[in-house]
Write a protein that binds this ligand. Sequence first.
Ligand code: AMP
Ligand code: MG
Length: 492
Amino acid sequence: MTTLAPSLAVLPLEQRYARLPEPLWARAQVTPLDDPWVVAWSDDAARALGLDPAARRDPATLEAINGRRALGVEPVAAAYAGHQFGVWVPRLGDGRAVSLGEARTPAGETWDVQVKGSGRTAFSRVFDGRAVLRSSVRELLASEALDALGVPTTRALCVVGSRTPVQREEVETGALLVRLAPTHVRLGTFEYVARSHPEHLAALADFIVAEDLAGAVDPAAPDRYQRLLEEAARRTARLVAAWQAHGFVHGVLNTDNLSIVGLTLDYGPFAFVEAFDPGLVVNHSDPGGRYAFDRQPEVCLWNLGRLAVALAPLVPREAAEAALEAFAPEFARTYRELMRHKLGLAAWRDDDDDLLLSLLQAMADGEADLALTFRALGRVDPADEASQASVQAAFRDSRPWAAVAARYAARLRQDGLDPAARRAAMDRVNPRYVLRTHLAQRAIERAEAGDGGEVERLLRVLRRPFDEQPGEEAYALPPPADAPPVVLSCSS
Ligand code: AMP
Ligand code: MG
C-alpha cells in the first residue's frame, strides 16, 4: 500500500527545472488572492499526484496554493517564445503561472505542480498575471474530461476562486488553477533558447531526453537530438489524431501552446465538436480559421517544423526532415485505429476510408451531434432495420444518414461480429458524456455565484464518460435550440 500525502503543504517536491541555467527560468511567487475558496477538486488527479483526496479540506493545502505558505523548494516561472498565429514572438514565458515544484510519486511518475493565475512574474509583459474563474473552470473540466477519454493532457487538481477583481471585458474575479504535467516545456521553449540563449540549447534538449523521454530516447545515443524531434513528432501526431477522433478543437495551436511531450496544453477557447462541422472555428479571435478543427493536423506539423528549425544547430537538415516524416504515418495509423474502434469494425479495409468520409459528410449535411452519433452506431444491428432509429435521432436532418445506413449495415455484416459484444466494445470508446460548452457555462455561472457544486457534479460525470450513469442523462444532450451562444476568445 502506498501512503498518500495528507496535505499539499507536505508533499515532497523537487525543482529539477532550476538545474537548467537561469535565463531559462526566473524565481517567482504566487501573489495571494483574497478570500480564496476551493471551487472544485479532482480526487483522481489528487491520487495521481500522490495526494490524499481529503487534502482538499486541509487549510494548509489552500495556503500552499495561494502563496501563503513556503514549500520545500523555490517556485519558478519558465521562459519561452513562440509563433502565435504564425507570427514570431521572441519572448513569452509563464506570465501567469508558477511551478511550485515537482512531485515524484511512488509509481515513479513526476508531476510539475503549477499554479496558473499566480499574479505577475518576470514574463508577464503588460498583463496582470491573473486567470479568471470562467477559464479556470473550463480548463479543469476539459483536462479531466480528456484524460478520462484517454487523450494525453495536462491534469487539473483544483480551481480556487476569490473576491479579487480582475479586469477583462468586464470585471471578473481572479482564480487559481492547479495543473499537473510531467513537464510544461513547450515547442516554444526550444524556440526561445535557440534564438536567445543558443549556448544552452543542448542542455535543454538533454534535460528533456533524460527527465521526460527516458525509455523512448537513449540519453547516450549520438543521434539523441534527432530522436527527440522524432519522438515529439510521433507524440504530437498521436495527440492530434485523438483530438480529431473525439472532436476536440484546441483553438490556439501556437507553438508556445504545444507540449514537447505531446500533451493537450493551455486550454483557452477550446470546444468539443457537437453538431458536426469539419471546419469549425471555436476561437472568436481567429477569423481566418487558422486553427479550425480540420486544420489541426497540418498546423501541428507546421509547428513541429518550427521545432526542427530551433533544433537545427543539433540536428542536420536531412536528419530533421527524416524525423518529421514520422508524423504523417503515425497520425494516419492512430486515427484509423481509433476510428476502427469507434465504428466497431474488426479490421480496417481499404474502402473503410471512404465509408468514414461518407459518414462524416452525412453528419455535416445532417447536423449530426458527434458524440451521440457514434454512441448510437453501437446500437445498430444489421439484422434489424428498426435499430437505425437511435442514429437518426442524433441527426437534426436524418436524410443524409439514410444513404450511409445501408452501407454501414452491409459493412457490419461482412465482419459478422456479435451485436451485443460489438456494442459493449464500442461503448468503451464512444463516450456518452463530453464537455459541452453550455454545460460548462451553466456550471461557471453557478460558481460565479459562489457555488461550486455544479462544477463538481459535471466533473464527476465527465470522469466516467463511457458509463450510462442513470439520473445524469441530461448531461449527454446537446444544448436546447434556444440556448444563448457562448462566445470564446483568447481573453481569459
Ligand atoms: P495564452 O494565450 O494563454 O497561451 O498566453 C500567451 C502568453 O501570454 C503566455 O506567455 C502567457 O503567460 C501570457 N499571458 C496570457 N494571459 C496573461 C495574463 N493575464 N497575465 C500575464 N501573462 C499572460
Ligand atoms: Mg499559452
